[in-house]
Design a protein around this ligand. Structure first.
Ligand code: FEO
Ligand code: CA
Ligand code: CA
Ligand code: CA
Length: 644
């Protein structure tokens, strides 16, 4: 990043910087992996030459995909480095909702361009740092659920010394700015706008009551003084990517939850708690951490509430059609830094949910329900009774989903749900370069995952060992993560055996290795489908539209120089899954990340999220000296045609 101050770090980047990992591993294992790396490099070069990247080599039987392939309906645009949004000729964008906009009329005029929003109004306005979102048509009304991932104290408390909270009121304000916004929207003469005071409008934040279900519900590790049952918690945290269920509910994904916890005193936590803090990056040093919740709100102080962090890091289900329904934390889908949740249906009807754990060297997961999904039938068990699997990628481009069960992990089912990362380690899951969003192709049996980057992949420590993940597993270069110090990221694709998402076997390849062929002539130049016209780094958000295009959003280095020359501001591109062609569709304002995408029910509007715009002097979208405001924009074709 170009001289980003801490206050400009995204939630992911802040976590990378402040939760460094120890470097311990077994020497024999390092040698073993080094040998397999030599064996793999030839394969990588073959990728670079083209065919394997496009999946025409080992992956056969893709006729369905060929029929679903689309030609691009737009001309690619160039990069930008300015403080606004650009889209191709024939398209128009407009802000739909910004941080601080009222969801309830009580908060009309609540946003001040110089000071932001007051604590009193903070639970009545659209939250900060928009991320994953999904739209639902509820009885003919358009209801959209939108995550607010994290707060940016520099923007949210612009006049406080050090931009730090100084009172519980200000901490409450932070807590209200994050979570999930549910709001009705409607298209009128001024385009799409919030329906203020709609009965569907709802703020779900860091203090909203939740129910905990699944194998960990009621476990001792989830019990606190305030909730001796271990089944009722408050709040959903660091809501990153999104998902939906086939029965019309919203899934919000708790990612860097660790950053909200801290301690006012060092104490001897028990071994299980201490190991969990280490693996998940919960801070055990006495300091203010990122937000200093624990300095004002005892619930977040692990010296007093050591189990509270165990109640975050889950997939949470929200019913957008029923504002009174309590959100449910589904522990069966595991506890890790959840990026998003992309569902598919197995051939026998069981629900499959693919999920990534976004941290260096962590894993990819898949949930498979016990019972089949039946439209209009009972769906109550589909996110609580089933099997969680973790991905093992073999260097020969085969792979396997390994079941996380007591017999495979040596852990109880409740422990697997709470310390899922340790369960993955127990079955030797493959360390990945930060799994971000997963997307399932609706036209072919295949999934894609953005592996955004990994600054420590293959890095050698002073003592000659290789950097490890937080589970002390060496992040040696491997086939799906083939580059040391991976600055650019790649998108991995897998096809389940027999074309059935319920299968445990799969074949995989790399859809794209991002890179910069204008700077590098080697593997850092990227795969053959990277060129001077579509340069990008750090793929993150990703989703298919109904026409079969795959939309790719970036959260990367926007310095536009050196390794990143010619990449410009963060952006959104579209990829053709069959040909591998990738075109740039949108560029964001400086400093931002583009994340979150969904469509109106008629597919004539695409909604896209702009997170943490601004950099040091950006004022998008209001300009005129205003604080920068994270926003969701609505994009339409000028001819009113379909846009996804
Ligand atoms: Fe919130 Fe990994 O992105
Ligand atoms: Ca982000
Ligand atoms: Ca992300
Ligand atoms: Ca990211």
């Amino acid at each position: 990043m170009k001289d980003h101050q801490d206050h400009n770090l995204s939630a992911d980047d802040w976590d990378e910087k402040y939760f460094p990992r120890t470097a311990r591993q077994d020497f024999d294992d390092v040698v073993d992996r080094a040998i397999s790396r030599r064996g793999f490099l030839g394969g990588v070069l073959a990728f670079g030459s083209g065919a394997a990247v496009m999946g025409t080599g080992m992956l056969k039987g893709t006729t369905a995909m060929a029929q679903g392939a689309s030609t691009f309906p737009f001309e690619a645009i160039g990069i930008a480095t300015d403080d606004t949004v650009h889209v191709p000729e024939g398209y128009t964008w407009k802000v739909m909702v910004r941080w601080g906009d009222p969801l309830f009329s009580e908060a009309n005029g609540a946003f001040d361009p110089a000071t932001g929003v007051s604590p009193e109004m903070s639970d009545k306005v659209f939250g900060e740092n928009t991320d994953g979102m999904e739209l639902f048509n509820v009885d003919g009304r358009e209801v959209i659920a939108i995550n607010s991932e994290y707060v940016n104290p520099k923007v949210n408390l612009p006049n406080n010394a050090g931009n730090a909270a100084t009172s519980l009121d200000e901490i409450r304000m932070f807590q209200h700015f994050q979570g999930v916004n549910v709001l009705e929207i409607a298209e009128g003469e001024n385009g799409w706008e919030v329906v203020v005071d709609s009965p569907y409008n709802r703020k779900i934040h860091h203090n909203t009551p939740m129910t905990i279900d699944g194998p960990a519900a009621g476990h001792d590790l989830l019990k606190t003084a305030a909730d001796p049952t271990g089944t009722q918690s408050l709040g959903t945290f660091n809501n990153c990517g999104s998902g939906r269920t086939p029965w019309g509910t919203y899934l919000t994904c708790e990612e860097n939850f660790n950053g909200y916890f801290g301690t006012t005193a060092e104490r001897n936590w028990d071994d299980v708690q201490a190991a969990g803090y280490q693996r998940y990056g919960v801070r055990t040093k006495v300091d203010g951490g990122r937000y200093n919740y624990h300095g004002f709100d005892e619930r977040f102080d692990i010296s007093k509430n050591p189990n509270e962090p165990h109640r975050a890091g889950y997939i949470v289900e929200i019913d957008p059609a029923n504002p009174d329904r309590t959100p449910v934390k589904h522990t069966a889908l595991g506890r890790f830094k959840h990026e998003n949740a992309a569902y598919a249906i197995a051939r026998d009807g069981r629900l499959v949910v693919y999920m990534g754990d976004d941290e260096r060297g962590e894993y990819m997961y898949k949930w498979v329900s016990n019972d089949p999904y039946v439209e209009g039938g009972d769906t109550s068990t589909l996110l609580s009774e089933g099997t969680l699997f973790v991905a093992v990628f073999n260097d020969d481009q085969s792979g396997e989903w390994k079941a996380l069960l007591p017999e495979t992990t040596g852990m109880t089912q409740a422990e697997i749900s709470i310390f899922t990362r340790m369960a993955g380690s127990a079955v030797n899951a493959t360390t990945m370069d930060r799994p971000e969003w997963i997307a399932v192709n609706p036209a072919a049996a295949e999934g894609y995952c953005c592996l955004t980057n990994n600054s420590r992949r293959g890095v050698i420590n002073d003592d000659g060992t290789v950097r490890t993940n937080a589970g002390a597993e060496p992040m040696t270069v491997n086939a799906p993560n083939p580059r040391e110090v991976n600055r650019y990221g790649q998108i991995i694709r897998w096809r389940p055996a027999g074309g059935d998402h319920g299968a445990t076997g799969f074949a995989w390849d790399l859809y794209v290795m991002a890179g910069n062929p204008t700077v590098h002539g080697d593997i850092y130049g990227g795969s053959a489908n990277m060129n001077a016209g579509n340069l990008f780094n750090s793929p993150d958000g990703m989703m298919f539209d109904t026409a079969g295009l795959m939309w790719i959003q970036t959260d990367g280095n926007d310095g536009n120089e050196g390794d990143f020359a010619g990449m410009g501001n963060n952006q959104m591109l579209a990829g053709d899954p069959m040909t591998g062609e990738i075109r740039r569709f949108l560029t964001g304002p400086k400093g931002c990340e583009i994340t979150g995408i969904t469509w109106s029910s008629d597919k004539r509007t695409m909604f896209v999220g702009v997170q943490h715009p601004g950099d040091d002097d950006g004022t998008w979208p209001d300009h005129n000296g205003s604080l920068a405001r994270s926003s969701v924009i609505a994009i339409k074709r000028d001819d009113g045609g379909l846009i996804g």
